[in-house]
Design a protein around this ligand. Structure first.
Ligand SMILES: Nc1ncnc2c1ncn2[C@@H]1O[C@H](COP(=O)(O)OP(=O)(O)OP(=O)(O)O)[C@@H](O)[C@H]1O
Ligand code: SF4
Ligand SMILES: [Mg+2]
Length: 321
């Protein structure tokens, strides 16, 4: 039986725009998503589809306007005990923005080790900082360095070590390798994979690179305009997309994947306004399968195969085509 660690139900998040705040942009609109212990679930979709907003809500960094998120027996809506908060960590795209430039690596790690309540003894903090650095492929030589004295890859390793210092169960990794060059990207992804295996971590992984999603994720949730278009095992969805938007994403991807998806959908149009999205299925203006029904009805997520859900009225036809 799979053990659900994070459960999001009916999540809605709006941002108010402009000086008066009268315009509302609905970044996440009615999302249900569960995250299972030890898995990597990837959030994939065009820029602005709501991945970061949803990811932050799922780890309690942002409060939804509607809906609920629970981490095990704790609701993420209010204040959490510190030891529970520590179990949900984040690694961001840009370590420059997340590491304090005025702190040495030693102090960055010591702060996290003390916050986790592991120890206050100077020697033990030092030992633990060194062992964390070794876990992420660095060494004690990095302790006296400031972030600007590290390479991009080393900074991201320090950010990962700092997250690990909190003994997390779930890590949100929001485009953790997009700012790095190709070789360092592969190294960091390999590191994430190894840490997951050794620590039993659960990842929520956000990436635009489908080859990274393929490499790291067990399941994938395809997001379109603040909603989930389909969700399920990565291999099944990449091989046989049931939602035309997934097929469009795969067709337009430049990532190197082990095979071609079965269905080709030529990319057309732009993602819609989130202030006044199209009625019915939001994808209908771009969808080659759209019918009158699609323009009138919002498709709900429904089962389409083992562990798979899709929000498309004509998914069976898409799968057959
Ligand atoms: N603080 C904010 N205030 C206003 N609008 C916001 C805010 N944060 C996000 N948005 C808007 O919400 C929508 C979803 O943003 P989000 O960052 O979640 O998308 P994303 O899928 O992560 O995109 P990207 O791939 O570019 O990172 C976008 O239209 C964005 O402009
Ligand atoms: S519901 Fe209709 S418009 Fe939406 S993706 Fe499916 S076929 Fe296309
Ligand atoms: Mg984002």
């Amino acid at each position: 039986m799979s053990e659900v660690v994070i459960r999001g139900r009916g999540i809605v998040k709006e941002f108010r725009l402009g000086l008066t705040g009268r315009l509302r942009l609905r970044a996440v609109d009615g999302v249900d998503l569960e995250v299972v212990k030890g898995e990597t679930v990837a959030l994939v979709g065009e820029s602005g589809s709501g991945k970061t907003t949803l990811g932050r809500i799922l780890v309690g960094l942002l409060r939804p306007d509607r809906g609920t998120v629970t981490y095990r027996e704790w609701g993420l809506g209010g204040r959490l005990p510190r030891h529970v908060r520590a179990r949900l960590q984040v690694v961001f795209q840009n370590p420059d923005a997340s590491l304090n430039p005025r702190m040495q690596v030693m102090d960055i790690l010591a702060e996290a080790i003390r916050a986790a309540g592991d120890t206050d003894s100077r020697e033990e903090v030092l030992d633990r900082a060194i062992s964390l650095l070794e876990m992420v492929g660095l060494s004690a030589d990095h302790l006296p360095k400031y972030p600007h004295e590290l390479s991009g890859g080393e900074k991201q390793r320090v950010a990962i070590a700092r997250a690990l210092a909190m003994r997390p169960e779930v890590v949100l990794a929001d485009e953790p390798v997009s700012a790095l060059d190709a070789i360092v990207r592969a190294q960091i992804l390999e590191l994430m994979y190894r840490l997951q295996r050794d620590w039993g971590l659960t990842y929520i992984f956000i990436s635009h690179d489908l080859s990274h999603v393929w490499y790291l994720s067990d399941r994938v949730a395809i997001m379109y305009a603040g909603q989930i278009a389909e969700v399920g095992p990565t291999e099944d969805i990449f091989r046989e997309p049931a939602h035309p938007y997934t097929a469009m994403l795969l067709t337009s991807s430049t990532s190197v994947l082990p095979y071609k998806p079965r269905l080709t959908v030529r990319p057309v149009g732009e993602s819609p306004s989130l202030i006044s999205p199209p009625p019915g299925c939001r994808f209908h203006p771009r969808c080659p399968y759209a019918t009158e029904q699609c323009r009138a009805e919002r498709p709900e997520l429904r089962p389409i195969g083992p562990g798979r859900l899709v929000a498309c009225i004509h998914a069976e036809k898409v799968l057959r085509s």
